[in-house]
Each structure stands twice: as C-alpha cells, then as structure tokens.
Ligand binder design. Structure first.
Ligand SMILES: [Zn+2]
Length: 279
C-alpha cells in the first residue's frame, strides 16, 4: 500500500504540473489526460457503440440530423479539445430511448428516440450544442482525471499516455458520458451541466437557431419527467427549474448572437422527418 501510494504521488505530481487548463468559460480545471489520448478513447468507444447498436438507415432522418449537426459544427471553434482534423462523424442510431452524446475525437451519436422529445430543429440544436459543449469543455477528461480510474491508470502505467481501453472501458465510457449503454451511469455534475448549457446555447444561436428553443426543450423535459421514470438522457441530464431559469437568464445575450447570425444569412433549413406514428 505504501509503495502504491508513493507511485501515485510521484506520477500524480509529474502529471499535475502540466495538468491545469482553463475552459472556454474561464474556469480552471484539472485535466490529466492529453487531448490525443481522449480522442483515441472517444473514437474507440464510438466504434464499440456502432458495433453494438443499430445504425439508422432512414435517409430523411439522417439528412435532418446531419443538417442540424453540421450547422452547429460550423460554429464550433477549432483547436483545443475539438478534433484535430476538424472533422466530426454523425451517426443516427435506431433506438427508441431518447439519448444523444458527443465524444472526443469528433463523434456525435443521436438516437431516433431523441427526435420524439426534441421535436424541432432548434431543440435538437440545443441538445447537440450542449453535447458538443461537454467535449470542448473537456468535461470527460476532467471526470476521468478525478475518478478512481485515473488513479488506477496512473498506478498501472505511471503515465496517462498509455491508458488501455479494454481494461478501463467502463470507467472511460462512464467518464465520457455514454456509460448508460454499458450500465455505468455517471451523471455530469451541476457545474458541468450548466457550463455545457451556456456554451451550447451560444453555439445554437451562432448557428442561426433561436436560442429560446433551448428553454422550451428543458421545459418539455421537465414535464416529461414528472410522474415517471426519466428517459435515459435525462437521468444524466436532470431537468429542473434552476436549469431552465439560467437558460432564460442567458437568453438576451444569446438572442443577440442569434440576431447577428441571421443578419449574416445563417438560417439553417433543417426539416424534421414526420413522426413515426404518422408514417
Ligand atoms: Zn450534459
């Protein structure tokens, strides 16, 4: 135990010296894992999800999700935790559980069930802006860095650069925010949720979507959660009045970005496919 603790202390101190970063929102954060490694883990986890899930073949649904995602991606700043080549892969999964996620390495997944909850392009833009926000804010990295997994990783290798996905898969996918698929649920902290909300609302507005749709989305999520078990996405993204109030509070600023985007001709025409019941 003593040996283990000292290895951790040494490895920790070596890594910690260069591990303090600042988020887009100006907050200092502890990130122990380099961006390239996070990208690698995100890419591997996404490949896993594609293998185990059913990729949607409906072309109208795919075109719609891509339209919204592309508009968001176009305003996401390059560099930092964004994918190195600037490319994002968007995959729609045929899955009724309302869920959506973004992973380091430029991966975005949307379940068809999410389209039954986020019923307008603006609401889907709010979801995707929020998820991409988590990636750019390095929330997965921060969670992994804080977790026991990070300690095990340090212990195993004394360098976070040699994390092996298979051994730490549960912790890693949990840390990245897609753990529900594996039965590991690690809800993002309130701080992370509120940061992703702020950044996400900014992205959607800059992309030309009305930021008021983010408020509507969460009001709907709150209504949907009353009296029954919350959908998957909501168990990691609890809807509550605090969240709705702070999205309302940032609305004037977001509306200004939206107005500017529209005046520059940004007006994405993304048409949702007809609801399943009407097909
Ligand atoms: Zn979130």
């Amino acid at each position: 135990m003593i040996l283990r603790a000292s290895i951790l202390a040494v490895a920790g101190s070596l890594l910690l010296t260069s591990a303090c970063a600042t988020t887009m929102t100006g907050r200092k954060q502890l990130v122990l894992i380099d961006d390239a490694k996070m990208d690698e883990m995100g890419v591997a986890a996404f490949a896993d999800l594609k293998n185990s899930g059913k990729v949607a073949s409906d072309s109208a649904t795919n075109a719609y999700v891509r339209c919204v995602a592309d508009a968001i991606i176009a305003v996401v700043p390059a560099g930092g935790a964004a994918p190195k080549d600037g490319k994002w892969e968007i995959v729609v999964f045929d899955d009724e559980t309302p869920n959506a996620f973004a992973l380091p390495g430029g991966k975005i997944g949307v379940h068809t069930g999410m389209l039954e909850v986020a019923t307008t392009a603006g609401q889907l833009a709010a979801v995707l802006g929020h998820e991409v926000g988590h990636v750019l804010l390095r929330h997965g990295n921060e969670r992994l860095s804080q977790s026991v997994a990070a300690q095990s990783i340090l212990e195993a290798s004394s360098t976070a650069a040699s994390i092996k996905l298979p051994e730490y898969r549960d912790a890693i996918v949990g840390g990245l925010g897609v753990g529900a698929q594996y039965g590991v649920l690690l809800p993002f902290s309130r701080k992370h949720e509120s940061e992703a909300d702020t950044v996400g609302q900014r992205f959607m507005a800059e992309a030309g979507f009305n930021p008021a749709e983010a408020v509507k989305l969460w009001q709907k999520m709150l209504e949907a959660s009353e009296g029954k078990a919350p959908p998957q996405w909501m168990s990691t993204h609890p809807a509550n009045s605090t969240r709705i109030e702070s999205l309302k509070a940032s609305l004037p600023e977001a509306k200004e970005l939206y107005r500017k985007a529209r005046s520059k001709g940004k007006n994405p025409q993304c048409v949702p496919p007809p609801p399943k019941s009407k097909r």
